[in-house]
Design a protein around this ligand. Structure first.
Ligand SMILES: [Zn+2]
Ligand SMILES: [Zn+2]
Length: 447
């Protein structure tokens, strides 16, 4: 219950005090995205390695309220009036609340259960973000907080407000991540005695097949030398809201509704699922100069030549450059794209249809982790205004060290003599990948 604190365990005499209006409607707090947008705009330039500030004293705990605070009530007296104290919760919103310390003094002290970000409890955004990257949405959150006896509700306005802000922040961190991949790829391309701005990428598409047939697709390109995601396009041909209005097009009501719906409509694709890969890939090629200041001159793709044929016809670089195809052999593989696709769908919710915004958040976070480990995820949290403590920071650092070790082991296998040895290793690669990626991409994490 989030309404006017009706369920707060507030003592009688306290209720007479008129509630002070704090200037912000609690349900509007999470929809104020100006803060996140301002900090999001600075990311790439200011922190190319996604460093975050770490507060060494910061950590969360789960405690049983009555047990701990009941015991404290037995131990403590107010320093001011020397009377017994009583602890209770108030202003509960999601997982955040205030601890009231009540005594004979006229104004009971109030302690926030966590830091506030513009009047919003930080724990709620952090919790929604972490649940989201584990593949859990609002329904899962409600199950979790209720079954854990943590909170009787999680307001959906709060949740969707957080998702809206998260989308902005994730996109800006993701953009910095792929731009970093672009600069590294150009550098390595040059070292391999190619022109720095004509890159070789592997491309692939993948479709969500849950509940609805292939109505959501992701298309990705990965750099040949860095093995990092350089760009991703999310395509969707289905919108739940639009489907509810189907058959009522061309009415006054429809037009009025569509005017407000259009900016948030999920559909950015018309035509078959097969055409999605083609369109998505073209979108990616067309913006390579804008994002990376480079052209994708060589395309590594498998048997499906439709995508490549279309790229040739569409001439995304005009007559200046004709894209060439490289067959999937030896060092040219789509394995990275397949691993990446696998990551994305692993994290997208399985049973409920998820909208484009959710798939984008999931896809961008997967790309961030695929390229740079957990550092960008900490950066996302920091940009949302959350504090990063040593537990999260150490976890990200340990993960990074593990990845470097794996990468070193692989590159030592890149010599000609070791090719055969490597080939036998390829079948085990997926398994190894999951092992290296750790818990976030572990099988079944979103089940
Ligand atoms: Zn007192
Ligand atoms: Zn729509």
């Amino acid at each position: 219950m989030d309404r006017k604190g009706a369920r707060d365990t507030k003592p009688r005499r306290d209720r007479k005090r008129p509630a002070k209006f704090k200037g912000t409607n609690r349900h509007c707090i999470e929809t104020d995205i100006s803060f996140a947008s301002t900090s999001a705009a600075k990311i790439g330039r200011k922190s190319p390695e996604f460093e975050v500030k770490i507060d060494q004293t910061f950590s969360y705990v789960l405690i049983e309220f009555a047990l701990v605070f009941g015991a404290l009530q037995q131990l403590l007296k107010c320093k001011n009036c020397d009377s017994d104290v009583r602890f209770y919760k108030k202003s509960i919103r999601g997982l955040g609340f205030k601890i009231c310390v009540d005594c004979l003094c006229s104004d009971p002290a109030e302690i926030n259960s966590c830091p506030l970000i513009n009047n919003a409890y930080e724990i709620n955004r952090r919790f929604c973000f972490v649940m989201r990257i584990l593949g859990i949405g609002i329904h899962g959150i409600r199950n979790f907080v209720a079954l854990m006896d943590l909170s009787s509700t999680f307001n959906s306005t709060t949740y969707y407000g957080i998702m809206k802000m998260l989308h902005i922040v994730v996109k800006s961190v993701y953009t910095a991540v792929i731009q970093k991949a672009g600069s590294e790829e150009k550098k390595k391309n040059l070292e391999a005695e190619n022109r720095a701005d004509i890159l070789t990428v592997s491309g692939d598409g993948s479709w969500s097949k849950r509940g609805f047939t292939s109505r959501m697709g992701i298309v990705s390109v990965i750099g040949k030398y860095t093995n990092k995601v350089m760009d991703v396009a999310v395509r969707s041909s289905f919108c739940k809201a639009c489907s509810l209005w189907k058959g009522r097009e061309n009415t006054v009501e429809y037009d009025a509704w569509y005017a407000t719906h259009e900016p948030e409509c999920n559909v950015n694709h018309e035509g078959s699922a097969g055409k999605m890969e083609v369109d998505g890939m073209l979108e990616i090629f067309q913006r390579s100069e804008e994002i990376h200041n480079a052209k994708y001159g060589f395309y590594i793709g498998d048997g499906d030549t439709k995508t490549f044929k279309m790229l040739l016809e569409a001439k995304p670089y005009g007559d200046k450059l004709t894209i060439k195809k490289k067959e999937c052999t030896g060092a040219n593989t789509q394995n990275n794209n397949e691993s990446f696709n696998h990551c994305v769908w692993q994290l997208a919710p399985k049973h409920i249809f998820c909208g484009k915004q959710t798939v984008e958040i999931t896809t961008y976070c997967a790309a961030c982790t695929f390229n740079e480990g957990f550092d960008p995820l900490l950066k996302i949290m920091e940009t949302m205004g959350c504090t990063i403590g040593p537990i999260a920071a150490d976890f990200a650092a340990k993960y990074k060290a593990e990845r470097i070790k794996t990468a070193d082991r692989r590159s030592s296998l890149d010599s000609k003599e070791a090719r055969t040895a490597r080939r036998t290793e390829i079948s085990a690669e997926n398994e190894e990948f999951e092992e290296a990626e750790g818990v976030l991409y572990g099988p079944g994490i979103a089940d």
